[in-house]
Write a protein that binds this ligand. Sequence first.
Ligand code: CMC
Length: 394
Amino acid sequence: AGYFTYDPGYVSTGACESKITYIDGAKGQLLYRGYPIEQLADNSNFEEVAYLLLNGELPSKEQYDEFVAKINNHTMVHEQMMSFFNGFRRDAHPMAIMVSVVGALSAFYHDSLDINNPQHRDISALRLISKVPTIAAMCYRYSVGHPFVYPNNDMSLAENFLNMMFSMPSEDNWKPDPVLVKAMDRIFVLHADHEQNASTSTVRLAGSSGANPFAAIASGIACLWGPAHGGANEACLNMLREIGDVKNIPEYVKRAKDKNDPFRLMGFGHRVYKNFDPRAKVMRESAHEVLELLGKHDDPTFKVALELEKIALEDPYFVEKKLYPNVDFYSGVILDAIGIPTNMFTVIFALSRTVGWVSQWNEMMGESSRKIGRPRQLYTGEKARDYVDISSRK
Ligand code: CMC
């Protein structure tokens, strides 16, 4: 009994109050705690943005240093975690490993799982922000059969991530190019939060039952995996490669417009942004910088990306439906140029979004009155009927 609104896909349902992230889809505006994403992408870094999202204000120098020291204190994962990796096939999708290993963190940190204790919540948030990059890099190293690299706490989070991904034990003082570190950091910053998207809503829903934060974040990772959400960057690059040559673009654009063909141009369109995706603008700039540095402007994948962008921005179908390239259109190109394999793209999205997930989870857990998330349904099944014995069924 009782009335409720039928809203498939929650297109017009507000399910929570939040002070963290603001999006104005019509204006193409994205603010973290009031600060425009473009300013943060240009002037800040991932650690500072993590502090901002978690705490509501930019840190003073002292607060920043203290926060970074705390993050560095938690970058290692328990040695026993290695056994988890060994249980997986080498060709397992790294997202499959991520979901399991992040969920398994709750088995290691019984000491801080009281969700009603703010100190426990803070330490869980720090552990997740610090350990997920290490786990993400381990997923990659495992898949290629390379030894795991321990975190280097003298590096920034973005630099350390590239270090754990690509350095070899024989290479003392290995350092990635600062342009690539900056591009990586920007990808982290731009993906850090995005209000009540599908995975964040999943984290909130899981958290609303009182599930521990590691379990709640693992559920967010599972949701992010889908190609309509975080899996889009991987799907987008696979699509660009499949297109292969600019001469094949019209065929794919035609397919994307055909109602009877389920094919969509990956990396285009957004539920909220109907003007442009401000993250895509910043990513586009980064993509050019990285390709310039690496001398990859003639890379066939990037040529296809640029031409596709041009064609789609002029095509009446895409213009009328307000389908613009989204953040994942360019992030895939950058990650590919850096040498990150496609199946790691969504893992990197998950690493970045962990900051948003824990901030949103923490905000919800700090509310004085909390309600379990429990949508209703429009039942379209059978009316009540009597059980029929198996001997009498047709
Ligand atoms: N290619 C071709 N047509 C499209 C596309 C596309 N990428 N996206 C939407 N449309 C069409 C769609 O067919 C529909 O047409 P009609 O009104 O004639 O039925 C119309 O545009 C509206 O689409 P929708 O599916 O109702 O819109 P939505 O808000 O439910 O979906 C979306 C948003 C992002 C899931 C969708 O645009 C999409 O599937 N894009 C490709 C996947 C992608 O790039 N996802 C990443 C999003 S950004 C990062 C993130 O949030 O994870």
